[in-house]
Ligand binder design. Structure first.
Ligand code: PAF
Length: 284
């Protein structure tokens, strides 16, 4: 039975009762749970004695013209999935409880959050780091699991935890995909039939570039162009970025070298924004 904790006070009371030595795993989410989230839960269960998830659609990380109001909120179905997965507790706070009137402090990572999604979604990562640090302070987990599909979010959170000495271990869960390669995302439900048919091209573009890398291409600009050429097969796909980046700092690189690269793509299909990525191994 998953215990539902609907406010900070009940979460704190629950947390205080956990016995010393119990390893607590945490999976923060915005709900609309799919198999990708459930794989993070499974990873948390394997790494901890007790698992808590959170569902909180965090207004701070949405821009003024983004999808906050229409973000899917199938809360009953989400609770059933967490129950079935044996999650011990669910933190389900309200916006008012998380951000009481007058809250005026934000947490900002200033390097890794700059490019890619940071460049096209100003303030997004500041909203993410602010809520994640609050959640870490409230939940006090030993280990927390985030999906590699948001590779930049993982990198930003890892930096925040390192820079601010937050006592939590961060694990990354692998990207889960549909049979045709489309990365699982809560936003996939927005896609029209036509856009859904075009969406696997994102993953295909990453794979095509990975094949070019395997065949010896190392020039970052040429690799990105190969990815863009694949996406050009569909005029439904409006590319926001297709980039080859240093896998840790996310800084720009001219060539893929010893430390490999993160291939990252973001695109709009209709009004839906999708992201995907792939890590290229480095030369040894
Ligand atoms: O990845 C998400 O779902 C959100 O960005 C997170 C980490 C739960 C913070 O709101």
């Amino acid at each position: 039975m998953t215990l539902i904790l609907r406010d900070k006070a009940s979460l704190r009371a629950w947390r205080a009762k956990l016995t010393e030595g119990t390893r607590l795993g945490f999976v923060p989410t915005m709900g609309a749970l799919h198999a990708g989230h459930m794989s993070l839960v499974a990873q948390a269960r394997a790494a901890a004695d007790i698992v808590i998830a959170s569902i909180f659609v965090n207004p701070l990380q949405f821009g003024p013209n983004e999808d906050l109001s229409r973000y899917p909120r199938p809360i009953e179905a989400d609770i059933e999935k967490l129950e079935a997965a044996g999650v011990d507790a669910l933190f389900l706070p309200s916006v008012e409880d998380m951000y009481p009137t007058g809250a005026s402090t934000m947490v900002e990572e200033t390097l890794v959050s700059g490019p890619l999604c940071g460049a096209v979604r100003p303030g997004h990562f500041r909203g993410v780091t602010t809520v994640v640090l609050k959640l870490f302070n409230l939940v006090q987990p030993h280990v927390a699991v985030f999906g590699q599909k948001d590779a930049q979010q993982c990198a930003v959170i890892e930096r925040m935890v390192r820079d601010l000495d937050v006592p939590v271990e961060i694990l990354r869960g692998p990207i889960m995909r549909e049979a045709d390669g489309l990365a699982l995302s809560s936003r996939n439900v927005y896609l029209s039939v036509e856009d859904r048919a075009a969406a696997p091209l994102l993953h295909q573009s990453l794979q095509t570039v990975a094949a070019a890398y395997e065949a010896g291409e190392r020039d970052a600009e040429k690799l990105a162009q190969i990815g863009l050429d694949v996406l050009a097969q569909s005029d439904r796909i409006k590319v926001q970025y297709w980039e080859v980046r240093d896998p840790e700092s996310l800084g720009g690189i001219a060539r893929v070298g010893a430390s490999g690269a993160l291939l990252a793509v973001a695109a709009h299909l209709g009004t839906t924004r999708l992201i995907d990525n792939l890590l290229l191994g480095g030369d040894v």
